[in-house]
Design a protein around this ligand. Structure first.
Ligand code: ADP
Ligand code: ZN
Ligand code: ZN
Length: 645
């Protein structure tokens, strides 16, 4: 009898052992009993032990005749586990979805004869292309170019180069950019059917892509985040477009950043990786600056056209229509409507209003389960919590009054105001209206067909959308970005402003960008679309000991009992202070959002220049928390955190 440790999609920190009389290779999929059910897992290794003082159950079925995950795939998971401080079991369960494991069926063949359409790169693109394809080993290239500068064209040529050499390619984009247009564009240019991979595929479609990629019949996948973990046959290149995207950061345990995971994977597989963005993250920019990444800059929009003109409107001074629209922006929109051109308006807040204030006693209505204000939705007259999903129909203040006044403008309210000013011309795009990919595509199509003159949306619209007829972009208000306790505020504002500005005038017509703010004096407004921003912000980061100069880790302790959350956090703070390592330890304090879903939250943030000491600390803290033996304590490790709420 042989004993095997099997990785299972269950969130446990230990790995279970099963037995079989067969010899099983690492990476095979097997079905094993777990309690009363059967689950699919992966053979991790032959167990080190052969005697057990508890019952070892039998492996029921072996699903593959050759390993589903190769050695490298498993090494990749091990490295993620070591870097992010989660056990291998937790990483496996949190990242490799059941959907990937539970595919069945046989693979199929696809004809890879290429009849690609030709495009000739311009001199600037050609030079970058040639540099990138020089090397097949691990190296990371950062391609920095404004929207429309031709990054995607370079990717396509590089992809072609690798596919012609029988290498496979993973092209990963944010879920929102994974549009039929992009798939079609790449398919047409490569002359093959390109498969896409995302969360909304049917199990059958998923099967086709996963097996096809594993067996090498599919040369390329364009996919969302989860495609990084699909097993491959002969992977030769990874591309991450919009590498700076916040949505690449996973906030739930196991917390990890897809971009960084992809670089790790490329290193383990010893293949090149390309990161692309119009507004690279400070981390990637810095890595390029110090020579860790190769740096390529595209300076011009491919189709030319002068840059959009940029106007910053100080909301403190101006008269505002219905409280949200300066006359300057109003006139600019009106002019576009007259010229049969289109406008995109941006507002980073959903719902009707962000606060309800009691008319009787002045208290703000908070969620009962979370320390956050309730957002009002006029459409169904409810107050909702964006953190726990609580939805109140009947609103009552602690003082008994049910007379509230609303404050703050969300997209729902802005929509009504705009509809009133420009009847029949406005379409809204936010997480509340976009309930499916289909719905999203139909909204975008309607706008593209010029059925509406104004598209109003949240940050969803800042991403890769491409409308030739849009000549005006307005940002109704960006100030809530600056109110967060977060060292990335400037970076986020810069990225958002620059990306949104890139939406206007992508083609021949010259665009105009109008930004409304109460804080026009902030330096970032003077640096939109300007690479000088990076020097300015790197300087800030260095001054205040933040990434990329310092590594940061955040530990979050939450518990339904306030004192338990607090004491655990404090204990770990003392423990960490006792370590003789090169660390800056910020005091253990209540998290800015002090309660979510009735759990009280405390956090501890540590920083260091020394990557080794950070790694050691994460390990030691994890052990120390395990020693507390508090099964009801929720403990989260966030290495390279993106949010601090
Ligand atoms: P980005 O990915 O940087 O936003 P794209 O690659 O999408 O830029 O290019 C912007 C536009 O310019 C697209 O319409 C694309 O078809 C066109 N384009 C870019 N490079 C070329 C080229 N070498 N030949 C023809 N058209 C190009
Ligand atoms: Zn009241
Ligand atoms: Zn809540």
């Amino acid at each position: 009898m042989k004993y095997y440790d099997v990785l299972l999609p269950i969130p446990k920190s230990y790995i279970l052992t099963y037995k079989s009389d067969k010899t099983l290779d690492k990476g095979l999929r097997v079905v094993v009993p777990l309690g009363k059910r059967n689950v699919t897992g992966i053979v991790y290794k032959q167990s080190e032990k052969s005697e057990f003082d508890y019952e070892i159950r039998d492996i029921i079925e072996i699903l593959d005749n050759k390993p589903f995950f190769k050695e490298n795939d498993i090494t990749f998971l091990e490295k993620l586990s070591a870097y992010y401080g989660y056990s291998l079991g937790n990483v496996f369960a949190g990242i490799i979805s059941k959907k990937i494991l539970e595919i069945s069926g046989t693979d199929f063949n696809q004809d890879i004869s290429t009849h690609s359409k030709l495009a000739t790169l311009n001199a600037e693109q050609q030079k970058i292309y040639e540099e990138i394809i020089k090397n097949n080993d691990f190296n990371c290239s950062l391609v920095h170019g404004v929207a429309g500068s031709g990054k995607t064209e370079i990717y396509i040529e590089v992809i072609k180069h690798f596919i012609q050499r029988n290498k496979q390619v993973l092209f990963i984009v944010p879920e929102i950019s994974l549009t039929p247009q992009l798939i079609k564009r790449v398919s047409d240019r490569l002359g093959i059917i390109v498969e896409s991979y995302h969360s909304k595929l049917t199990q059958k479609q998923r099967e086709k892509v996963i097996l096809g990629f594993r067996d090498g019949h599919i040369p390329i996948i364009i996919g969302a985040r989860s495609s990084l973990f699909i097993p491959s046959c002969d992977l030769g290149l990874i591309i991450i477009d919009e590498e700076h995207e916040n949505s690449f950061k996973q906030e739930e345990a196991p917390c990890y950043n897809l971009r960084d995971a992809a670089v790790l994977k490329a290193k383990i597989f010893n293949i090149p990786i390309i990161l692309g963005s119009a507004t690279p993250s400070l981390e990637s920019y810095y890595n390029a600056k110090i020579g860790k990444y190769r740096y390529f800059k595209l300076t011009n929009k491919f189709h030319g056209g002068s840059d959009s003109s940029l106007k910053i409107i100080d909301l403190k001074g101006e008269d505002k229509l219905s409280g949200i629209l300066s006359l300057t922006l109003y006139d600019a929109i009106l002019k576009r409507i007259k010229n049969n051109e289109q406008t995109i308006l941006f507002l980073n807040r959903k719902g009707y209003s962000s606060q309800l204030i009691c008319q009787n006693c002045g208290e703000t209505l908070f969620c009962q389960n979370c320390a956050v204000t309730m957002t009002y939705y006029k459409s169904d007259e409810t107050a909702r919590c964006h953190y726990c999903g609580e939805k109140l129909k009947y609103l009552q203040c602690k003082c008994g009054s049910n007379n509230f006044m609303d404050f703050g403008v969300g997209t729902e309210k802005a929509y009504l105001i705009l509809e009133n000013l420009f009847p029949g011309e406005v379409i809204k795009l936010d997480a509340d209206t976009i309930t499916s990919q289909k719905r999203l595509n139909s909204v975008l199509k309607d706008f593209e067909k010029n059925k509406f003159k104004i598209l109003l949306g949240t940050q969803l619209i800042a991403k890769g959308l491409n409308f030739p007829n849009v000549t005006l972009v307005g940002i109704l208000n960006i100030d809530n970005i600056f109110s967060l306790p977060d060292f990335r505020n400037n970076e986020r504002a810069y990225q958002l402003l620059t990306q949104v500005a890139g939406r206007a005038g992508r083609f021949e017509k010259n665009g105009e960008v109008i930004i409304q703010t109460f804080n026009p004096e902030l330096p970032v407004f003077g640096l939109v679309n300007d690479e000088k921003f990076y020097e300015y912000e790197l300087n800030n980061r260095q001054m205040f000991s933040y990434p990329p100069y310092f590594k940061v880790v955040r530990f979050i302790f939450s518990h339904i009992k306030e004192h338990i959350a607090k004491e655990s956090c404090k204990k770990i703070e003392y423990f960490t202070k006792g370590l003789n390592l090169d660390l800056k330890i910020l005091p253990a304090v209540p998290a800015p959002i002090y309660k979510i879903k009735n759990r009280y939250r405390f956090h501890l943030v540590i920083k260091s220049k020394n990557h080794n000491d950070i790694r050691k600390t994460v390990k030691l803290i994890k052990n120390e928390v395990d020693k507390l033996k508090l099964s009801t304590l929720n403990f989260k490790i966030d290495v390279d955190p993106y949010f601090f709420l």
